[in-house]
Structure formats: structure tokens, C-alpha cells
Design a protein. Structure first.
Length: 291
């Protein structure tokens, strides 16, 4: 089955996929279930632990919610500004919005059940990426020339927003993910000729290497349980221990990987190739199940 983008994977290893403007779901046997037609769809995520999906689509972008088996309903958006999905938490969505100016973004966490919102960062700038810690206390935000830490429970106002590190205008650290203890952050650091998976702890001043000597084309994501790191380079996916970077195993896909996502259980990685094929790779064995 080709022409697919894998957008997300749930705890039962069902794949959320896009085929053109069709949003669909693949079960573990490869049976495809059409969910909705969504023109100009750019991203979609399962709400953790629920049979609901949050979709980013349209121009300017907006967010809609879909209960599996139900209809797509608008969640957030306006014709006057962009509303873009940054991530999901149990019962909540994390998004960025530029109501004041097209280059001045606010990062907001919204409870999708009751509609309550918290603007966790409203100091502007072009927010490129944001990662919320599992306990929701910290938000790591990537801006064009720096990484900052937002503390939602600071001891003083000066502690509310702190610098993590200065960053170059291009390359630098990205693919931000928190470890389960909510005090350590993992990223991939890029230079002109290499990439390194690195780790930073709240309160520290330095990043430390975890998986060094990767090619500049490599991308890496730490698993939700914090035990392993998946590294994609071309059509190869490799797994490493997250604490010391030790290589564990690798698998080859049918073509260069376009997108990849850890399952919530951390047992597998769902991938789609640039040619539009989909697969699930078992993290503990390296076996590949294709669709």
C-alpha cells in the first residue's frame, strides 16, 4: 500500500495515515479505515488514551477534532491568523498561534474537554518547536537563535523563562523530547558535517553527548519511556540505549524514511518512506512489518 504518510501511532499500534486529503487508520493487520476527507491537511495526532484525533489543516491553519467513527468538528482557528499543532498531552493540545503578528507566536495548552487554556509562553518570536515535560511543569521552546525553558511553577518571576542555550541561525539542536522524569531533555545537535544526540538537565549549563558521530542526514527521537533512542539515516533505522548511547540493533526499510513516530508503549516505531510505504519496526527485535 503506497502513497501514505504516517502521522501518528496509538497504544495498540494502529497507524494514523494520510493518503492525499484522506485521513485514515490502519490496524495491525493492515485493514484500512477511512476517517474523513481533510483538504490541506498538514498534521494529525491521536489524543493519548482516547479514540480522538486532533488535525491541523487549512490556510491559515486551524485545528479540528475527530472522534473515531464520528465527524470532524472545528476546535480552534480563525481566518485572521494561524493556529498550528505543536503536540498533544492526555486531554490537551499544545499549539502556537500568531494573533498579534504573523511572526509573533504564543504557545498555548488547551483542555479539549472544557475549553480552558493556559498561555505558557507569550513573549513572541518565531516559535519553531516546543516540547512539554510529562508533568507539564516545563516547556522547552526552540526559537531561531536560542532554546529557552519555560517554568510554569517558578519560585520567582525571573525563573519563569530561562535560557537553555544559544543556537546558530541554522542547524543547532532540534527534535526536542523530555525524558519521563521531566528533568532531562534530549535533542539532536546538527553541525555542517555531523549530528549528535545530546542530553540536558534542568539546572545544568551544558549539553552532554549520548549518541555521537551520526551523519548530518540522521534524525533521532527518544522513546516515551526514555530507554531507547531511534536513529533514522536514509533507509536504515537503528536503536541505541538512551543512557549511554550503546548500539542495540538496526533494520533496513524499503526506502529512505520520511517520517517516524514512537508508539506510546515504546515497543515499536511507525515509519513512512518518502515513496509512500508504511511499516512498523519492533524496537526489541528489529523486525519490520510492512503494509
Amino acid at each position: 500500500m503506497s502513497g501514505m504518510r504516517v502521522l501518528d501511532v496509538d497504544e495498540r499500534e494502529r497507524l494514523l495515515i494520510a493518503v492525499g486529503d484522506e485521513l485514515a487508520e490502519l490496524d495491525t493487520k493492515g485493514t484500512r479505515r477511512s476517517l474523513a476527507r481533510v483538504p490541506e491537511m498538514t498534521a494529525a495526532k491521536y489524543l493519548p488514551g482516547e479514540r480522538k484525533v486532533v488535525v491541523e489543516h487549512g490556510s491559515p491553519s486551524r485545528l479540528s477534532q475527530l472522534r473515531i467513527g464520528g465527524r470532524l468538528t472545528q476546535l480552534l482557528g480563525s481566518p485572521d491568523h494561524a493556529t498550528e499543532l505543536l503536540g498533544v498531552l492526555p486531554g490537551r493540545v499544545v499549539y502556537r498561534v500568531n494573533r498579534r503578528h504573523r511572526l509573533l507566536f504564543t504557545v498555548v495548552i488547551r483542555n479539549v474537554l472544557v475549553g480552558e487554556e493556559q498561555a505558557v509562553y507569550d513573549r513572541g518570536g518565531s516559535v519553531l518547536e516546543a516540547a512539554v515535560s510529562p508533568n507539564s511543569r516545563y516547556i522547552a521552546i526552540r526559537l531561531p537563535r536560542k532554546l529557552i525553558l519555560v517554568d510554569t511553577m517558578p519560585e520567582t518571576e525571573d525563573d519563569h523563562v530561562r535560557l537553555i542555550s544559544a543556537e546558530p541561525a541554522t542547524l543547532g539542536r532540534r527534535n526536542l523530547r523530555w525524558l519521563p522524569d521531566s528533568t532531562r531533555l534530549v535533542a539532536t545537535e546538527y553541525t555542517a558535517d555531523s549530528a549528535t544526540v545530546v542530553r540536558w538537565a534542568v539546572g545544568s549549563e551544558e549539553w552532554e553527548p549520548v549518541v555521537p558521530a551520526l551523519t548530518p542526514a540522521a534524525e533521532a527521537l527518544v522513546a516515551p519511556d526514555g530507554r531507547r533512542v531511534a536513529v533514522v539515516d536514509g533507509q536504515r533505522i537503528s536503536f541505541h540505549q538512551a543512557d549511554n548511547g550503546r548500539f542495540l540493533r538496526a533494520a533496513e526499510l524499503s526506502g529512505p524514511v520520511g517520517e517516524f513516530h514512537w508508539s506510546p508503549s515504546s515497543r515499536s516505531v511507525a515509519v513512512s518512506t518518502r515513496a509512500g510505504d508504511a511499516a512498523v519496526v519492533a524496537a526489541d527485535k528489529g523486525t519490520v512489518r510492512t503494509f
